[in-house]
Design a binder for this molecule. Structure first.
Ligand SMILES: Nc1nc2c(c(=O)[nH]1)N[C@H]1C(S)=C(S)[C@@H](COP(=O)(O)OP(=O)(O)OC[C@H]3O[C@@H](n4cnc5c(=O)[nH]c(N)nc54)[C@H](O)[C@@H]3O)O[C@H]1N2
Ligand SMILES: Nc1nc2c(c(=O)[nH]1)N[C@H]1C(S)=C(S)[C@@H](COP(=O)(O)OP(=O)(O)OC[C@H]3O[C@@H](n4cnc5c(=O)[nH]c(N)nc54)[C@H](O)[C@@H]3O)O[C@H]1N2
Ligand code: SF4
Ligand SMILES: [Mo]
Length: 730
C-alpha cells in the first residue's frame, strides 16, 4: 500500500448525544481505524468504545446494500425504481380508501443524529398528513419537552446544566459515566465530572442503583423507582421555606402557586414512598441552599414513569428557586448557530386524541404505547399502514409482544433502515441508507443542548457507494409519492421545493437574520447544490452568528463560541414573556400524587451498558461479546428471601408477559428493585444480524406495558414496573 492511498478524514460520531469529533483513517477507500480528534474544539480527543467501532459499523456485512421488497411473502432485493413503485402501490390505495390517518409514521432515535433525516422529517410529516405520528420521544424525553413548553413556551427550550462551572451537580436518574449524557451534550462527560471534583465541587446522585456515576459521587441516595417527583416536591418545599423567592430571577411568574402546590410535601411524608430518610432529604435541600452555583439534572430515570412530566418540571422549578436558572454554573440555555423557529404563543397539547383510548396529542405526536391498539382495533380510522424511519419499536416500545403482533398484522409497512431486524422483518419494503461514513454531519438538535456554544460541520469522509441513494434522497422520493407526484419524480425536484419553502420562511420571520431579504437572492447565494447541505447553509445564514456553511466547513475542529450564557428573558416564548413556575395542569397532577398507594413488591428498572446503543449496535463483534449482558440483576437480600441464588434461572413476570432469565446478584441495586437492560431479544426469525443473533439476550419490554402512561406527556412507563419472580422449572 502506498501513502497516497491512505488519508484521514474528520467526522462527528453520530451514535450518541456526546457528539465526539473523530478522525477516520481511510485506506483504499475503506475506513480502517477511528480515533478521537484532538483538534475538535468541543470533544478534544475524547472517544468511547462505540465510537471506536464506527469503521466496523460502516463495513458491517449484514448492512443492507440495496432496497428489498416482499415478493410472494419473501423480502427480495430489487432496484430502487421497483422499490419506489412498490411503495406507491402499497401506500396510495390505503390512503385513498381509508384516509390519511390510516398510515402511521414512527421516527426512531437515530433520526435526530442524522442531518439528512432531521431536515426531511418535517416535509415527510407534511406530505403524509396523518394524525398517527409516533416517535421514540414517548419512550424517552417527552416529559421534558412538555415541561419546557409550559415553563418556557417551547418544547425544545431545555436548560442544560453548566457542567464546567457548577460547584454542585445533582443527578437524578441518569448514568452519564456510561451513557455519556442526554439532554446535556458534553463530550467526555466523565472528564467533566472529574474536573468538577478537582475544582472542589460536589456530585450527588439519586438513583436506585449505585451506578458508575454514583461511585464517583460525594453522596448517593438510593431512591425507590418512580418517586423522584415526590422527592423533588419536598426539596422545592424545603428550599422555599428557607429562602422563599429571594433567589428567583425577576423573569419568573407563578412562584406563590408553586410553593402552595408543594406545601403538603414534607420530607416526613415523602420519605416512605421515596425509601429515603427524611433527614437525608433535608440534608440535600440544605446543600442546595448552601452550595452555589448548583445545577439539578434529571434524565431517563425521572422520565420513564407516570410522573415523568412532574419530575421534569420540579427539576427546573428547583433550579429556579435556588437561584440557578439561567445563571453560570447553574442551568443555562445553549444558543445554536443555526436558526430556530420560536414564535411567541401559548403552547397547547391535546388538539386531537388517539382513536381507541383518546390519548392526547403532544407536539403533534401520539404515544408510541398506543400504536399497537390503533393497528389491532378494527373500525373507522384504524391504522393499516406504517412507515418506520430509523426505529426499532419491536424492541424499544412497551409491551413488545403486542407491538410485534400489531406489526405483523399491518396491511403494508415501509422501513427506512440499514438492517433487517426485529422491526423491519415485518416490512413490505425496506429502503436502506448508505453507511454512516458516507454522510456529512452537523448537530441540529444537540447544538441546542450543549454545555458550550459550538458549531461543527464535517463533510462525508467517504463517497456514497455505487447504487446507493443518500438518505435525504430516499426521504424526498417518499415525500413525492405521498404528495401525489409521479413515482419517478426526482429527489432534486422535491428538494428544490423544500429549499424554496425554507427560504420563504426564513425571510419572513422576525426571529431570522434573513428577515426582509429577497428569498430568490438567498437561494442564489447558497447555490444550486441540492440536499441537506443547502438547507443547513440557509439555516446558518438565518442564525444568530452570521455564519454560512463555507466558513463553518473551513473551521478545522469547528467553532467554539464559548461557555453557554444567560439568555432570559429573550429565550422565553410564552405570551407573557416570563417563565411559568406553576403550570396549572402540572399543579393539578402533582396534588394527585399523594393519593397514590404506597409501592410494594419488586420493581423492574433498566440499565445501559457502555458498549450498547439501544437495540442496534449488537451486530458488531467488539460491542456484543462478553459476559451475559441481559442477566437479571438483583439484591442478595431479595434473592435470599426467595431462596434464589446467583446463576439461577428465574421466571420474571409482569401484568404483560414473562421471561426466563439468569440471576446476577449485586448489592449495587437497592432491595426491592431488579434490573434488565433494553434493546435485546435478537435472533428472531426473518432477521439478518448474524452477530446479534449469536448473542440474542432477552427483551425486557416484554414485561413493560402501555396501559398506564404519563398523562401529561404520553410517555411510557418503562422504569419501576411491578414484577414477580419464581425459580424456573428446569
Ligand atoms: N452506552 C450507552 N449509551 C447510551 C445509550 C445506550 O443504550 N448505551 N442510549 C442513549 C440514549 S437513547 C439515551 S436517551 C441516553 C440516556 O442516558 P441516561 O439518562 O444517563 O440513561 P441511563 O444510563 O439508562 O440511566 C438512567 C438511570 O436511572 C436510574 N433509574 C431508574 N429508575 C429510576 C427512578 O425512578 N428514579 C431515579 N432517580 N433513577 C432511576 C437507573 O438505575 C439508571 O442508572 O443514553 C444514551 N447513551
Ligand atoms: N425498557 C426500556 N425501553 C427503552 C428505553 C429504556 O431505557 N428502557 N430507552 C428508550 C430510549 S431512551 C430510546 S431513544 C428508544 C430507542 O428506540 P428506537 O429509536 O425505536 O430504537 P433503536 O434501538 O434506537 O433503533 C434504531 C433503528 O435505527 C436504525 N438506524 C441506525 N442508524 C440509522 C441511520 O443512519 N438511518 C436509518 N434510516 N436508520 C438507522 C437501526 O438499524 C435501528 O433499526 O428506546 C427506548 N426503550
Ligand atoms: S461518547 Fe457517544 S458520540 Fe462520543 S464516541 Fe462514544 S458513542 Fe460516539
Ligand atoms: Mo433515548
Amino acid at each position: 500500500m502506498t501513502a497516497a492511498q491512505t488519508r484521514t478524514a474528520r467526522t462527528i460520531c453520530p451514535l450518541c448525544e456526546a457528539t465526539c469529533g473523530v478522525i477516520i483513517t481511510l485506506e483504499d477507500g475503506r475506513a480502517t481505524t477511528v480515533r478521537g480528534d484532538d483538534a475538535d474544539r468541543f470533544s478534544r480527543g475524547f472517544i468511547c468504545p462505540k465510537g471506536a467501532q464506527l469503521a466496523a459499523l460502516n463495513a458491517d456485512p449484514d448492512r443492507l446494500s440495496g432496497p428489498m421488497v416482499r415478493v410472494d411473502g419473501v423480502l427480495t432485493p430489487v432496484d430502487w425504481e421497483t422499490a419506489f413503485e412498490a411503495v406507491a402501490k402499497g401506500l396510495m390505495p390505503l390512503l385513498e380508501a381509508h384516509g390519511r390517518d390510516s398510515v402511521a409514521l414512527y421516527l426512531g432515535n437515530p433520526t435526530v443524529h442524522n442531518l439528512g433525516l432531521s431536515l426531511y422529517t418535517r416535509p415527510l410529516i407534511k406530505a403524509l398528513r396523518t394524525r398517527n405520528l409516533y416517535s421514540a420521544s414517548t419512550v424517552d424525553q417527552m416529559p421534558k419537552h412538555v415541561s419546557s413548553a409550559q415553563l418556557f413556551g417551547h418544547p425544545d427550550t431545555i436548560p442544560v446544566p453548566d457542567l464546567d462551572h457548577t460547584m454542585l451537580l445533582v443527578v437524578l436518574g441518569a448514568n452519564p459515566m456510561i451513557s455519556n449524557g442526554s439532554l446535556c451534550t458534553a463530550p467526555d462527560f466523565p472528564g467533566r465530572l472529574k474536573a468538577l471534583k478537582a475544582r472542589g465541587g460536589q456530585l450527588i446522585v439519586v438513583d436506585p442503583k449505585r451506578t458508575k456515576t454514583a461511585d464517583f459521587a460525594d453522596l448517593h441516595l438510593a431512591i425507590r423507582p418512580g418517586a423522584d417527583a415526590l422527592l423533588l416536591a419536598a426539596l422545592v418545599r424545603e428550599v422555599g421555606q428557607t429562602c422563599g423567592i429571594s433567589r428567583l430571577t425577576p423573569h419568573c411568574e407563578g412562584a406563590d402557586a408553586l410553593l402552595e402546590a408543594v406545601e403538603r410535601f414534607t420530607p416526613e411524608l415523602v420519605a416512605g414512598p421515596c425509601g429515603l430518610e427524611a433527614s437525608a432529604i433535608r440534608g440535600l435541600a440544605e446543600s442546595l441552599v448552601q452550595i452555589q452555583p448548583a445545577a439539578i439534572y434529571g434524565r431517563i430515570g425521572t422520565c420513564l414513569n407516570p410522573s415523568g412530566t412532574i419530575a421534569s418540571w420540579l427539576v427546573d422549578a428547583l433550579n429556579a428557586l435556588t437561584g440557578n436558572l439561567d445563571r453560570p454554573g447553574g442551568v443555562l440555555f445553549s444558543r445554536p448557530a443555526h436558526y430556530l423557529a420560536r414564535p411567541r404563543r401559548a403552547w397547547r397539547s391535546g388538539r386531537h386524541t388517539s382513536r381507541v383510548r383518546e390519548a392526547p396529542e403532544v407536539r403533534s405526536e401520539l404515544p408510541v404505547a398506543v400504536l399497537p391498539e390503533e393497528i389491532l382495533t378494527p373500525g373507522e380510522g384504524q391504522v393499516r399502514g406504517l412507515i418506520t424511519i430509523a426505529g426499532n419499536p419491536a424492541l424499544s416500545a412497551p409491551d413488545s409482544t403486542t407491538m410485534q403482533t400489531a406489526l405483523a398484522a399491518l396491511e403494508f409497512m415501509i422501513s427506512v433502515d440499514p438492517y433487517l431486524n426485529e422491526t423491519t422483518r415485518h416490512a413490505d419494503v425496506i429502503l436502506p441508507p448508505p453507511p454512516p461514513l458516507s454522510r456529512s454531519h452537523y448537530d441540529l438538535a444537540f447544538s441546542g443542548l450543549s454545555v458550550r456554544d459550538v458549531a461543527r460541520f464535517t463533510a462525508a469522509p467517504l463517497p456514497v457507494p455505487d447504487g446507493a441513494l443518500e438518505e435525504w434522497q430516499i426521504m424526498a422520493r417518499l415525500v413525492a409519492i405521498l404528495s401525489g407526484y409521479p413515482v419517478a419524480t426526482p429527489a432534486a425536484a422535491v428538494d428544490g421545493v423544500v429549499a424554496q419553502t425554507l427560504a420563504g420562511q426564513l425571510t419572513a420571520d422576525p426571529g431570522s437574520a434573513l428577515i426582509g431579504v429577497d428569498p430568490k437572492a438567498v437561494l442564489e447565494a447558497v447555490g444550486a447544490k441540492p440536499g441537506p447541505e443547502r438547507l443547513l447553509d440557509l439555516l446558518l445564514r438565518a442564525g444568530p452568528r452570521g455564519l454560512d456553511l463555507e466558513t463553518l466547513a473551513a473551521a478545522e475542529g469547528g467553532i467554539d463560541f464559548g461557555a453557554i450564557q444567560p439568555r432570559l428573558p429573550g429565550v422565553v416564548s410564552r405570551p407573557s414573556g416570563k417563565v411559568n413556575l406553576a403550570p396549572e395542569p402540572f399543579v393539578a397532577q402533582l396534588s394527585r400524587l399523594l393519593d397514590e398507594p404506597a409501592p410494594s413488591g419488586l420493581r423492574l428498572i433498566g440499565r445501559r451498558h457502555l458498549r450498547s446503543n439501544n437495540s442496534w449496535m449488537h451486530n458488531l463483534p467488539k460491542l456484543a461479546s462478553g459476559a451475559n449482558r441481559t442477566a437479571l440483576q438483583m439484591n442478595p437480600v431479595d434473592a435470599a428471601e426467595r431462596e434464589i441464588a446467583g446463576g439461577d434461572v428465574v421466571c420474571i413476570r409482569s401484568e404483560f408477559g414473562s421471561l426466563e432469565v439468569t440471576v446476577e446478584l449485586t448489592d449495587r441495586l437497592r432491595a426491592g428493585v431488579v434490573s434488565l437492560p433494553h434493546g435485546w431479544g435478537h435472533g428472531q426469525p426473518g432477521t439478518r444480524q448474524t452477530v446479534a443473533a449469536a448473542h440474542p439476550g432477552v427483551n425486557c419490554n416484554v414485561l413493560t406495558g402501555g396501559a398506564q402512561l404519563d398523562p401529561l406527556s404520553g410517555n411510557a412507563w418503562l422504569n419501576g414496573v411491578p414484577v414477580t419472580l419464581s425459580l424456573a422449572t428446569p
